[in-house]
Design a protein around this ligand. Sequence first.
Ligand code: AHR
Length: 493
Amino acid sequence: MKKLRMIINPLDKKSHINKEIYGHFSEHLGRCIYNGIYVGEDSSIPNTDGIRNDVIEAFKKIGMPVLRWPGGCFADTYHWKDAIGDKADRKKMINVHWGGVTEDNSFGTHEFFRLCELVGCEPYIAGNLGSGSVQEMAEWVEYMTSDDISPMADLRRKNGQEKAWKLKYFGIGNENWGCGGNMTPEYYSDEYRRYQSFCRDYSGNQLFKIACGPNAFDYNWTEVIMKNITPWHMKGISLHFYTVPYSNWADKGSATVFSNEDYYATIEETMRMEELLTRHSEIMNRYDPEHKVGLIVDEWGCWFNVEEGTNPGFLYQQNTMRDAIVAAINLNLFNQHSDRVIMANLAQVVNVLQSVILTEGKEMVLTPTYHVFDLYKCHHDSTLIYSYTENEKIEGKNYDTISQSASIDSDGKIHITISNCSLDNEFEIDCNIVDTAVKSASARIVTGEVHNFNDFGAAEKINAQDHNVEAADGRITVKVPPCSVIAVEVIPE
Ligand code: AHR
């Protein structure tokens, strides 16, 4: 077994790891909302106000901090007034982006806030800049957040919600370079400035306004947005990047049937997140050296071909240990860039793309990705500390085998998350924790054959298990099997 050295230095404290980095994304797409999260009050599946109880509990267990909604591309076709009031009277529409199915608007603003309340997470709402008016967006903000006497606050009260909700995160459009209007960055930044002017802070609520950011490597978009919009008007800028093997959008390959070559191509692709975070941050640093504007990776994850026999517009895919490794690598990167990255939202939370949960009728499956989020919750709202691994490259590739990040929490506990993307090599990591007498250490692991996934009606193949770790003299030693993700907790003397 190969040995690698790692150094952790708790004295070298870096940035705060916002728990919102562990956020999620839900869109009116396929079976994410309907028949995923929301089954309706009359369903035989146990629910609270139409929201599945098992899903609520699973979200709570990973400490879901924030949930983005209602899209995605759907957001720029969404007219919020169609989805309030008596459900029988709500307007129906065709979901033009996703499968051409009928959207009955039975899940709207009130239902979304109820979901967030039940889970205990922050709502993050994406407004419609692409096809909606300034008035429509302004009125939505007023409806949700004003406690005054006003037409929209009164309408909300009439619809059963007396008190205004608290809403922090508000996106002004989505992918406005594409499905949200095919705009240039110059045109979008002008529109952004106009729309955001009318999204006001009511009744003590303070909006954290988020501008549509670049599509992956479009550095010019970031440059123009940062130049044209001041931090006074924008608190965050989004970034979208999906992991598609070989960048081949025409044939993204199967989620479960893939060769070793396909696997390593997927990892190579996901590693590009490092370059994206670095280069977009460099642009932001020039315009915003004080870090007033956060980078928000509000769509990321693996995008494969849909499962055979499913609606191509529903983007339903299974989730294997390959997805777990991708999640671990990206979450370590977000931690390492937490001086700029303040939120990230995996796409998408249930039944769409790289989900943490899959449902089929009354059954629910927790995916390998779910278990990685469970391991990594130790980093929520902790402080990033220095970490370094004496690494080695995957043969024939220009990326590291081991990915790691480390943090210290408010109780002084140190958390180290490690992933090994090699399919063959096990490592023994000898970790020196600078200036720290270790009282005790424990670890949990998510591992398995790379094609393994959790399926309906079968025992879980992939989940988090206890793992052995040895601690002595300010060092810990942990074995890291091939294709594994490990979280180590160190309690200092
Ligand atoms: O997550 C699926 C889609 O991907 C979203 O609707 C859109 O924003 C992105 O292109």
